[in-house]
Design a protein around this ligand. Structure first.
Ligand code: SAM
Ligand code: SF4
Ligand code: F3S
Length: 476
């Protein structure tokens, strides 16, 4: 007999308030657990994947802290461990399975330990089947579409000794109110939209995150104002394709219009956003960026390939020339912009001549940096059924592209040497506690001597020396 509690397609009367009673009930359950353990129960939320997942993790942690758990940081030896997973490439999945093995050892030593898995991997049926079969020590599985029911699921888990599986197959609307525990007091991610409609032929995200849903501008602005009042100086607006923000809203703002509104929020000094799809990047956006005093001088604009033939097969809706034109326009209008990108190599059908096209764009667009990924087959996507490139050839393509990326990045690095720039101080340097580590508007890291009391402040730093991907500086 199957003893799992499975819940696949609930469609409750969901809304902003329906989790409040569970938050309260959870507090009672965690208090009882504390009495049993003779100490405050600890929790740990581990994030895999992108900024969207990192933001979701802050919501998960917010719920657990609200219920009375203490954050155990990175330590997996906690009473409740949550893995917020990613499935964009197979490597991401393998990391989760690997760490789960280690977690089983910890659980043997702590009988009260609970383990939850959530995030993008959980939207895949094959993953759920595998966990159910081979990882029986996991207590709770839930997906991306019902993340907001976490308070209810924690209560169910604490009151049951069965594996609880609650993965909704489809996305629902947007629920606004959940407690959030921010990782940094001075900067924060802000979701402006969820899901993706683009169906790039290699990508699993639209299948595990659902269709595009934009948040109302009013809610976004209220959140940004609240963050500013709380001392946040930098916001990162998050969406899989922020350039199509508002397309699904009646009378909604466009993304450039939203940026203009966020710019007006007093206290917010820096605005970042990601990700941008080249096909939807408008002249209006370039204009808003060029005129803005707050939008950071960094744009991450995923190119994926420089070959028009491959781009077509990837379903990206732009050509090599379109991308180059955009890059040129951006460089002309915003000369101090750092342009970074994502590149996939080894996509089905990729030949040496396609790689040469990619290298050509890398050299002409002069990326400040690029993430290069070897194509990973994702089951259920159109590219999975195309004729694949063998691993050795993909590896060769990877080396060629990486070399070109490193060459242009080296050329771009150091161009600010000698200048005085504003730096948001983020932390004490990992290796040398006499140094602080901060970030330039263009997203480059700077290390400089200073007092930890400056963390969270924006200070002027002279960039004395470039060390490749970071600067050494001194405050002026
Ligand atoms: N929505 C973002 C965009 O289009 O710019 C990208 C989001 S995706 C999470 C981040 C990057 O992962 C993509 O830009 C792409 O380069 C890479 N990626 C996605 N699917 C992949 C796959 N199947 N194999 C290798 N890399 C992949
Ligand atoms: Fe994936 Fe393409 Fe959507 Fe980005 S735009 S999340 S690459 S489908
Ligand atoms: Fe991964 Fe999901 Fe982000 S698949 S990259 S965590 S949207």
């Amino acid at each position: 007999m199957n003893k799992d509690t499975v819940n696949e397609n609930i469609d409750p009367e969901w809304g902003d308030d329906d989790q409040k009673p569970y938050l309260e009930h959870g507090k009672k359950l965690v208090k009882e657990l504390a009495e049993k353990l003779g100490r405050q129960p600890t929790c740990c939320v581990v994030t895999f994947g992108c900024q969207m997942n990192a933001r979701d993790s802050e919501k998960l942690l917010g719920v657990l802290l609200d219920m009375g758990y203490a954050d155990n940081g990175e330590d997996e030896n906690a009473d409740f461990v949550v893995y917020n997973t990613c499935t964009v490439r197979d490597h991401a999945n393998q990391r989760v399975y690997g760490r789960l093995g280690a977690l089983q050892g910890y659980k043997r030593q702590n009988a009260d330990m609970k383990i939850a898995l959530c995030g993008c991997m959980m939207q895949e049926e094959a993953v759920i089947d595998r966990i159910r079969k081979s990882y029986r020590f996991v207590d709770l599985l839930f997906g991306t579409h019902n993340l907001y029911t976490f308070p209810q699921l924690v209560c169910d888990m604490l009151e049951s000794d069965r594996m609880i599986i609650s993965v909704w197959k489809k996305e629902h609307g947007i629920v606004e109110e959940l407690p959030v525990s921010r990782k940094y007091p001075f900067k924060s991610g802000v979701n402006i939209m969820f899901g993706c409609n683009n169906f790039c032929s290699y990508c699993i995200v639209p299948y595990v995150r659902g269709r595009e849903r934009s948040r109302n501008a009013k809610d976004i602005l209220m959140e940004v104002e609240r963050l500013a009042a709380d001392g946040v100086k930098e916001v990162m607006l998050l969406g899989q394709n922020v350039n199509s923000y508002g397309n699904d809203l009646e009378d909604g703002l466009t993304f450039p219009q939203l940026l203009r509104e966020i710019e007006k929020v007093e206290g917010i000094e820096r605005i970042r956003f990601m990700s941008s799809h080249p096909k939807d990047l408008s002249d209006d956006l370039i204009e808003v960026m060029a005129q803005s005093k707050k939008i950071c001088r960094h744009l991450h604009l995923a190119m994926q390939s420089g070959s028009t033939r491959i781009l077509k097969s990837m379903n990206r809706h732009y050509t090599k020339e379109d991308y180059l034109r955009l890059a040129e326009k951006l460089r002309d209008r915003i000369p101090d912009l750092a342009l970074t990108t994502d590149i996939i190599v080894g996509f089905p059908g990729e030949e040496r001549s396609d790689v040469e096209e990619t290298v050509d764009v890398i050299r002409r667009a002069e990326f400040d940096n690029a993430f290069t990924f070897i194509y990973s087959i994702r089951t259920g996507t159109p590219a999975a059924k195309m004729e694949q490139v063998d691993r050795q050839t993909a590896g060769e393509h990877f080396d060629i592209v990486l070399k070109a990326v490193q060459e242009t990045a080296r050329k771009r690095a150091g161009r600010l040497t000698g200048r005085v720039c504003d730096v948001l101080v983020e932390e004490v340097n990992d290796h040398d506690p006499s140094l602080l580590t901060g970030r330039l508007s263009n997203n480059v890291i700077v290390h400089f001597p200073g007092d930890p009391s400056l963390i969270g402040q924006i200070v002027d730093v002279r960039l004395n020396e470039c060390k490749g991907f970071y600067y050494l500086g001194s405050m002026v």
